[in-house]
Ligand binder design. Structure first.
Ligand code: KG4
Ligand code: ZN
Length: 389
């Protein structure tokens, strides 16, 4: 299959096209070659009973390569933007070359180049976007700039038939949001963190307990052997049911993190069991917060959409947490909802989700000019998220 094997992906039946996806907005340097298929009879509305805009219909990952910078950042307990940008410069070209080689393709076989254009650490975004522009310029293949959050939001559709609209809980190192995903480029932000992102809270708790980086997996592991009720940490914004956040879907994790720090200081020196109990208490608090917010969001979703059996998609690195998944599955089950979590490799940052978002947009006719700007901030509700065809 090559560039000449289709009509450019514009809506004819069974049309297949190849997308090169590039991701470099945080601490993963990643690329993917993805084959996508446009829906029969045109890209619009299929699979979206209420009319949400649907792009590509099927995706097949031909190859994908991710290089994590975890080791570079581990000594600092978090991502250092300057180091991240430098590492992307060093590695991105090779990652793309390897991805193409593993797919048995060349740049000229691609039909479109999709790249994260924001939001994220601006140095890294610039590296990826500049590289993608160069590839687009030399090959003549169209460029599509992708919002990293949209890539997370749509990634579930690469693996499963999930029609629009659905509810999305996006919980990563940089974001904690509840969104209604109504179609490609059509998002409603219902709630978000007013301070720290959830993954960031996991990372900071791990750092203060000397557990290493990234914090999520180690805190989850420690929590599994701990007593979740020995330390009763606050549930910020939920503990005050009469307060202004009663009906809000916002989160706050900063006070929780401070409470963990104080408890750790008071119980110091910490035994291994103390650490496990603190982790279990922290995770129990997080789980309660997410369960309550998802319960509220599902009720609102059902009221607004009339859907009896809504889909709740969880994405982002924290979605890998089994305790959180179980709690949300229980809440969703009570409301007749289905919980869907993309495969772990798709939850953390990767090139496949960028390629897939590119496929959805290419199928709808979008392409961007070489003057496309990199953006450190880029809310999903921005006007320019609308598909440009
Ligand atoms: O989506 P991601 O790979 O990168 C961002 O876009 O931020 O998410 C990384 C975050 C880190 O903060 C990491 O600690 C967290 O996801 N994480 C977890 C787990 N695995 C990764 N948090 C809780 N439990 C986990 N099992
Ligand atoms: Zn991400």
């Amino acid at each position: 299959m090559g560039a000449g094997s289709n009509d450019g992906g514009r809506g004819s039946s069974g049309s297949r096209f190849l997308v090169l996806g590039i991701e470099s907005s945080c601490d993963e340097t990643a690329a993917c070659v993805l084959a996508a298929e446009v829906d029969l009879g045109g890209g619009l509305s299929a699979g979206a009973p209420d009319g949400g805009v649907t792009g590509a219909r099927h995706g097949e990952i031909i190859s994908h390569v991710v290089r994590s910078q975890m080791q570079e950042h581990a000594p600092f307990g978090g991502v250092v933007p300057e180091l991240a940008a430098r590492a992307h410069v060093v590695h991105l070209d090779q990652i793309i070359a390897r991805t193409l080689t593993e797919a048995g393709k060349t740049l000229h076989d691609m039909d479109v180049v999709a790249v994260t254009a924001g939001p994220g650490l601006i140095g890294g975004v610039l590296v990826g976007l500049t590289t993608a522009k160069a590839l687009s310029a030399v090959s003549g293949k169209p460029l599509i700039g992708i919002n990293h959050l949209e890539a997370h939001a749509l990634s579930v559709r690469l693996e499963a038939q999930v029609p629009f609209p659905y509810l999305l809980l996006l919980i990563s190192g940089g974001h904690s949001q509840i969104l209604q995903v109504r179609g490609v480029g059509d998002y409603r932000l219902w709630g978000s963190t007013i301070d720290d992102a959830l993954g960031e809270a996991f990372d900071k708790v791990a750092k203060m307990l000397g557990l290493g980086y990234p914090g999520g997996p180690v805190v989850e592991q420690a929590a599994a052997g701990g007593d979740p009720v020995r330390f009763r940490f606050p549930r910020p914004l939920l503990d005050n049911p009469g307060g202004r956040y009663r009906d809000s879907l916002d989160f706050s994790f900063s006070g929780l993190k401070t409470a963990v720090r104080l408890a750790a200081q008071q119980a110091s020196p910490l035994s291994e069991q103390d650490v496990r109990d603190i982790c279990a208490g922290f995770q129990a608090s997080v789980t309660d917060i997410l369960a309550r917010r998802c319960q509220q969001a599902l009720q609102r979703f059902r009221t607004e959409t009339g859907r009896e059996n809504p889909d709740l998609v969880i994405a982002g690195g924290v979605a890998a947490n089994r305790a959180i998944f179980s709690a949300l599955e229980a809440v969703a089950g009570e409301q007749g909802a289905r919980v869907i979590v993309p495969s772990p490799f798709l939850c953390t940052d990767n090139g496949a989700m960028v390629a897939w978002a590119g496929a959805e947009r290419h199928a709808l006719g979008q392409s961007d000019g070489l003057d496309l700007a990199a953006r450190a901030r880029w809310p999903l509700e921005s006007d320019d998220m609308t598909v440009r065809s």
